[in-house]
Each structure stands twice: as structure tokens, then as C-alpha cells.
Design a protein around this ligand. Structure first.
Ligand code: NAD
Length: 480
């Protein structure tokens, strides 16, 4: 059985206390590897290694950083199949999705920031006849990156890549639920010749490892993606220490469908935006609002398409819906289906555990579930479920649907389907969301800022903003 190790000071090492946790394969419900149950001692070693590496790394020319990161890109692409299989085994997602989305995006994250670091510049401001000011952007030092389990390598690298490219050194923690691809990345970093201590990966739980990173006095910034409750706790600890914070948190995203939409495209994409990755993408649309004239037609077709999705072994190329990431998360999603019934919802499709055979007989699978008949303000429509469960409801006017869409505490993303250009702009500007997709979903240009509003987070990732996040800005004013 594979024993995952920490990556500290350029080496793969066991946790100081030698304790390990079981790592489960969601599709089988069985332990298939072990990960370090690290604690503050391991974090301390990682911070020391990162501090030691910082002076040299922060002075390494951008071209050299670029060359090392591009070697890493090539290695990720070389190992695409192995990484996709590991991601699927760890997370339960179809291997086809890991192969087409997660792993290529991890390579793109490094490629994007390797090249971005080559093209950053600092502004200067001429105070006419009096002074010249210029802005120096200097890497912060040691920074902490903490990521969740839903898109493991994708989100882990989305934080690490800009931090390293900006010249910081990093102490990072993947989710304890999906540790494997970060471990494989450690090995690739060694092979790519990343200098020792530039990236340190400490595996283990949030309360032991995550909180030790957040509260460490020498960690200057925290880039976190995960649940809103965890984000609150991190902000409570880090804010009084005046750390820079980027928090990417939960969502409860509306998908608004107007009667004049391109129907077939909307239908195909709505099946995807509802159930990709078993609905375990923070950007999935979990509340579907349909303009009344289209409601019955949509309902009928949506149920047919969703019922045809193939739930199966994530390793099988024909599987559309894989396993739920863990037993506790499986129980949480099932409890929301019970709640939806109690709140008066009718189950139009799914609603049950999916029972598979052979290798997957004990796995955690849930049928893609569609619920109607709920009010917009009930708990099922207000709380993040983060699974293959969506609600559908009709609406009559723009004002009405905007009030439903904006009625939640979250504001991560939204989708709008209409062929009416003016309405598309009008509704997009009034939606409380960090990103609005019009007639599409999950289309990402890495140059654009990404992040939520309201309780979905603070700060922005992506583009040059992320590079700037990992730097301190200093103004130098020269009198002339
Ligand atoms: P989580 O908050 O439970 O865990 C996220 C990470 O934080 C894990 O690595 C965990 O070990 C760590 N952690 C837990 N407690 C901690 C603490 N006290 N201090 C420091 N670190 C701690 O989230 P999860 O269940 O892994 O992921 C699902 C959540 O992530 C959902 O709410 C989802 O919406 C959100 N998410 C948001 C985005 C986004 O971009 N906004 C993207 C993906 C997932």
C-alpha cells in the first residue's frame, strides 16, 4: 500500500511523529493508501525550509523561474494518464474528467504563471517637474496555500503556481481527503529541479496542519479555497496578524433560463453544469430557474437527459457520474435529499443511493437528483449541498428571478441563458456573483480575475492579480 510522504526542503520525508491516516477510494469504500497525519512540528520544518530558500529564490531571474516551471509543465503532461488515474482514484471523479479537465488545467496553471512572470512590469508616475515615483513589487516571503478535495491538483496548483512564479516560497497543504496528486507533484518538482524549499507540501488535516500554517508568525499570506465556515475560522486567526488573505469559499449558484434561449445548447450545458464531477464543483448551478412558458418542456427533457446519465466505475471511460468523495460527504448529501422532501419538494429524478456491482459494490454513489416544488428561501435552496442535487422552479419576471437568485448568502457564480442581448447585460449586472456566464458555463480565460462576492469569499485569483497578491508594493519617490 502506498505511503504518501511530505515534501519538505526538497526531500520526501515521513511526518515527525510517524503517524498516518487512512486514505479511502470512494468508488470502492476501501483504504488504498495512507497519508501523513502531520502536525505543527512538520509545519515548523516546512516553514524553516521555505525561509531558507527564500533569499535565493526571490532573487532568481524570472527567466530561470520560467524554465523550471516549464519543465514541471512538461512532466505533468508526460504523466497525464497516471495523474488522471490517481486523481480519479482519490476523488471518485470519472477518470475521463480528470484527464480532460483537472490535470491539463494543472499544467496550464504553471504554464500561465511561468509566462506571466516574464511579462510583469512596474509602473512609474511622473509628478511633473517635482518627482518620479515608481512602484516596486517584491515577493512577500513564505506564504501558505490550502486547497480542497473537489478539483485536487487543479486548485492546488492554481495557488502554488502564482506564488512560486512571483518569487515567494510556499508551505502548502492539499485536502486530507485527496492527498495523492499533490504527492505525485512533489516527485515531479524534484525531477524538474525546483530548488529545495521553494515548495513544501505538508499532508494532514485542517485542524492540525492547516491551522498551524495559518497561525504561523512567519507565513505572510494565506491563499485558501474551501468551505465558508473554514474561511471564517481562517480569517479570525489571520486578520489580527495582518496577513494578506485570499479566500475562495462556497457557493449556491443560480442558473437562469429565459424562454428565448438557444434551447438545445442550454439543455446540454445545463446537464453538465448541474452534474459534472457529481455536482462537486463550486461553480455548478444548483438552483435552476426557468421562465414559465418554457418550464414544462424543460422539466420533461431535463429529466430524460439526466436519467440517461451513466453512473459507474470512475475508471470506466463511459461513466458520466462517479462516486461521492467520502462517506461523511455522501451522508451529508443524502440528508439534504431527506430535508428537501420534508420541505415539500418532489423528486423528479434520482433521490437515492446508486447501488453498483463488483469492484464498486461498497462505493459511495448517488443518483443525479432533480427536485421541484420548493420555495426559493427554504434551506434546500439556501444552503450549499455540493453534490448531484439540483432544484428547479418557474419564474415570471426578471425582477422576480433576480430576487430569488440574489436571496442566498453566497455570490460565487451565475449562469444566464437568453438570446436577448440587452437582457443578458442587464441581468448580468444585477446578479450578485463574482462571475456570470451568459450562454455558456465554466469557460475560463486564466487572464480574468476569479473569485466570489458576499460569503463566497474575498480577494481575486487569476491573471496578474494573483501574482500581485503574492507581492508587497513599495512606492519609491525620487525628488528631481
Ligand atoms: P474545507 O473548508 O473543509 O477544507 C478545505 C481545506 O481547508 C482542506 O485542506 C482542509 O484540510 C483545510 N482546513 C480545514 N480546517 C482548517 C482550519 N481550521 N485551518 C486551516 N485549514 C483548514 O472544504 P472542503 O470540504 O475540502 O471543500 C469543499 C468546499 O470548498 C465547498 O464549500 C466548495 O464550495 C468550496 N470550494 C470553493 C471554490 C472557490 O473557488 N470558491 C472552489 C472549490 C471548492
Amino acid at each position: 500500500m502506498t505511503k504518501i510522504e511530505n515534501y519538505i526542503g526538497g526531500e520526501l520525508v515521513a511526518p515527525v511523529l510517524g503517524r498516518y491516516l487512512d486514505n479511502f477510494e470512494p468508488a470502492t469504500g476501501e483504504v488504498y493508501s495512507q497519508l501523513p497525519d502531520s502536525d505543527e512540528r512538520d509545519v515548523e520544518r516546512a516553514v524553516e525550509a521555505a525561509k531558507a530558500a527564500f533569499p535565493a529564490w526571490s532573487m532568481t531571474p524570472a527567466e530561470e523561474r520560467f524554465a523550471i516551471l516549464m519543465r514541471l509543465v512538461a512532466l505533468i503532461e508526460r504523466d497525464l494518464d497516471a495523474l488522471a488515474l490517481a486523481e480519479s482514484t482519490d476523488n471518485g471523479k470519472p477518470v475521463s474528467l480528470a484527464r480532460s479537465l483537472d490535470i491539463p488545467r494543472a499544467a496550464s496553471n504553471f504554464r500561465f504563471y511561468a509566462t506571466a512572470a516574464m511579462h510583469t512590469g512596474n509602473e512609474s508616475h511622473d509628478t511633473t517637474g517635482v518627482a518620479i515615483n515608481y512602484t516596486l513589487r517584491q515577493p512577500l516571503g513564505v506564504v501558505g496555500c490550502i486547497s480542497p478535495w473537489n478539483l485536487p491538483l487543479y486548485l492546488f496548483t492554481w495557488k502554488i503556481a502564482p506564488a512560486i512564479a512571483a518569487g515567494c516560497t510556499v508551505v502548502a497543504k492539499p485536502s486530507e481527503v485527496t492527498p495523492m496528486t499533490a504527492y505525485l507533484l512533489s516527485k515531479l518538482c524534484i525531477e524538474a529541479g525546483l530548488p529545495a524549499g521553494v515548495l513544501n507540501i505538508v499532508q494532514g488535516t485542517g485542524p492540525k496542519v492547516g491551522s498551524a500554517i495559518v497561525s504561523h508568525k512567519d507565513v505572510k499570506a494565506i491563499s485558501f479555497t474551501g468551505g465558508t465556515k473554514t474561511g471564517e475560522e481562517i480569517a479570525r486567526v489571520a486578520a489580527p496578524m495582518f496577513k494578506k488573505l485570499s479566500l475562495e469559499l462556497g457557493g449556491k449558484n443560480p442558473n437562469i433560463i429565459f424562454a428565448d434561449c438557444n434551447y438545445e445548447e442550454m439543455l446540454v450545458t445545463t446537464v453538465r453544469s448541474s452534474f459534472s464531477n457529481q455536482g462537486e464543483i463550486c461553480l455548478c448551478g444548483s438552483r435552476i430557474f426557468v421562465e414559465r412558458p418554457l418550464y414544462d418542456r424543460f422539466k420533461e427533457d431535463f429529466v430524460v437527459r439526466v436519467s440517461a446519465l451513466r453512473i459507474g466505475d470512475p475508471r470506466d471511460a463511459s461513466t458520466n457520474v462517479g462516486a461521492i468523495v467520502s462517506e461523511p460527504h455522501f451522508e451529508k448529501i443524502m440528508s439534504y435529499i431527506v430535508l428537501a422532501r420534508q420541505e415539500g419538494g418532489q423528486i423528479l429524478a434520482g433521490g437515492k443511493q446508486a447501488l453498483l456491482e463488483d469492484r464498486c459494490a461498497n462505493g459511495w454513489f448517488i443518483e443525479p437528483t432533480i427536485i421541484e416544488g420548493l420555495l426559493h428561501d427554504c434551506r434546500t435552496n439556501q444552503e450549499e449541498i455540493f453534490g448531484p442535487v439540483v432544484t428547479i422552479m418557474p419564474f415570471d419576471t426578471e425582477e422576480e428571478v433576480l430576487s430569488y437568485a440574489n436571496s442566498v448568502r453566497y455570490g460565487l457564480s451565475a449562469t444566464v441563458w437568453t438570446e436577448n442581448l440587452s437582457r443578458a447585460h442587464r441581468v448580468s449586472s444585477q446578479l450578485e456573483a463574482g462571475i456570470v456566464w451568459v450562454n455558456c458555463w465554466l469557460l475560463r480565460d486564466l487572464r480574468t480575475p476569479f473569485g466570489g462576492v458576499k460569503d463566497s469569499g474575498v480577494g481575486r485569483e487569476g491573471g496578474f492579480e494573483a501574482l500581485r497578491f503574492f507581492t508587497e508594493e513599495k512606492n519609491v519617490c525620487i525628488k528631481i
